[in-house]
Design a protein around this ligand. Structure first.
Ligand code: SAM
Ligand code: SF4
Length: 266
């Protein structure tokens, strides 16, 4: 699928839930979150059917995200369903890693290829502060399990402040280097004010080569993270929604006051 700016759209990021077992300060408020209601959340069948149509239209890379994707009940089954679609060349997941020790083996068996694990600090106290509730050792166990399960590559996502690598990020960088894992540094973004920048070590934030669409847990297909445009796939139908999202992909991101990182998936 070519968009109006001649970008080849072949990558779909699916946020499978807006729930999360962490409360990272830059992503979610501590309290008062209005979660989507159960009947609005896409079923596995709806996701599977939509992805089939998307693959038929040229999508070949799919990533599951959230909220926390491992909080979605039956996630291994969804991975298995998506992995069975022949046109998907690359099936990945972005996770906070807290539950990965429990799931990595089953996810790999179900056909997940790769995983990005979010890790902002290797200091247990700082990690707990940033995530408000998280235990660092759970993530480290998750990283180990992902590698042992043969998920490949295992990459680390590290959110940094504007000023560059602080002590936390520098230690994550060393950890990645010592263990042969690529670390992607993502500058903290703000959807409301439209503050975003290029992801170091990744392709995010480069509007001129952006190849992505995003599907929210409640079925809105969004052409851009930093835009309020979205098409309800239930309302428009799968093929029509795809055509609209690709045809209306903005040249570059601006701002988004209607989504949050925890429901659009970053
Ligand atoms: N819960 C999973 C996780 O944390 O990896 C997946 C969803 S999370 C929204 C996806 C990515 O977005 C994570 O790597 C997270 O660090 C990043 N993220 C969340 N809020 C952000 C923000 N305000 N600016 C930049 N990245 C952010
Ligand atoms: Fe949850 Fe991921 Fe957001 Fe942290 S960044 S609160 S782990 S969705």
């Amino acid at each position: 699928m070519l968009d109006p700016y001649r970008r080849q759209i072949n990558y779909l990021r699916i946020s499978v839930t807006d729930r999360c077992n962490l409360r990272c300060r830059y992503c979610m408020p501590e309290k008062g979150i209005k979660f989507m209601s159960a009947e609005d959340i896409l079923s596995f069948k709806e996701i599977y059917d939509f992805v089939n149509v998307a693959v038929d239209s040229g999508i070949h890379k799919v990533r599951l995200t959230g909220g926390e994707p491992l909080m979605r009940k039956g996630i291994v089954q969804l991975v298995e369903m998506l992995a069975s679609i022949p046109g998907i060349k690359d099936l990945g997941m972005t996770t906070n890693g807290i539950l990965l020790n429990r799931y990595a083996g089953d996810l790999a068996k179900a056909g997940l290829d790769r995983v990005n694990i979010s890790l902002d600090s290797l200091d247990a106290g700082n990690f707990h502060y940033i995530t408000r509730v998280g235990k660092l050792e759970n993530v480290l166990d998750g990283i180990k399990a992902a590698r042992e399960a043969g998920l490949n590559p295992v990459k680390i996502n590290c959110v940094i402040k504007d000023k560059g690598l602080d002590e936390n990020a520098a230690k994550v960088k060393d950890f990645g280097e010592k263990n042969g894992m690529q670390v992607r540094f993502i500058k903290e973004m703000d959807l409301e004010s439209g503050v975003f920048s290029v992801v170091k070590g990744g392709d995010g934030g480069k509007c001129h080569i952006c190849n992505r669409l995003r599907l929210t847990p409640d079925g809105f297909l969004k052409p851009c993270l930093f835009s309020e445009v979205g098409y309800n796939i239930r309302e428009y139908g799968y093929r029509e929604a795809l055509g609209l999202a690709v045809g209306n992909k903005p040249e570059r991101g601006s701002l988004n006051n209607i989504n949050n990182f925890y429901n659009i998936g970053g």
